[in-house]
Design a protein around this ligand. Structure first.
Ligand code: S3P
Length: 189
């Protein structure tokens, strides 16, 4: 089983993903971290040198590779945090939806701006008006996240632990988690 987390940058995909993996006894992989290892430089630098299209090509290949064995019965459980722009490519939308259980961490642009206003690493946010950029990204991507996701959770108010519990309960209802884990989820950390 692979659970993949999608959503705009700053919505907590890596933080929630890491905790979720710990709770369900799965491996955690951040596709951006795999990409940085492959390209041998920070994503921001790769964007500057080679452009967004080259980055998306690499990203598509990594997502294909990481999800390829999802249906194997003996494949270890995996939680995969994806980059915020991954669903721009139809191939990624199809592969993630067909091969994995997709959870959309839905956040408002205003909430993300509060978290990311001092960010220097995300290439798309190094602009004069990052809030306007986040609003534009939301407009463009929210429909893609919604159409691809099997489940959606709002990140605005809940703590990370609560978000993890909410996701675990959805996975349990879908029959994707053993009941033992769901009971622990209800008790909380
Ligand atoms: C991007 C989001 C980043 C990273 C790259 C492009 C985007 O990932 O993949 O900077 O297009 O929104 P996070 O969502 O983990 O920040």
């Amino acid at each position: 089983m692979i659970v993949s987390l999608v959503g705009l940058p700053g919505g907590g995909k890596s933080t929630v993903g890491r905790q979720l993996a710990k709770r369900i006894g799965a491996r955690f992989i951040d596709s951006d971290a795999v990409l940085e290892e492959r390209i041998g430089m920070p994503i921001r630098q790769f964007f500057e040198q080679f452009g967004e299209v080259a980055f998306r090509d690499r990203e598509e290949a990594v997502i294909d590779e990481l999800t390829a064995g999802a249906q194997d019965a003996d494949a270890p459980a995996l939680v995969l945090a994806t980059g915020g722009g991954a669903l721009l490519r139809p191939a990624n939308r199809e592969r993630l939806r067909d091969r994995t259980t997709v959870v959309y961490l839905r956040s408002t642009p205003e909430e993300l701006y509060r978290r990311l206003r001092h960010d220097t690493q995300r290439p798309l946010l190094q602009v004069a008006d990052p809030l306007a950029k986040l609003r534009e990204l939301f407009e463009q991507r929210h429909p893609l996240y919604e159409q691809t996701a099997h489940y959606c959770v709002d990140t605005g108010r809940p703590s990370v632990a609560t978000l993890v519990n909410m996701i675990m309960m959805q996975l349990e209802v879908a029959g994707l988690l053993p009941v033992q884990n769901a009971q622990n989820a209800q008790k909380g950390p």
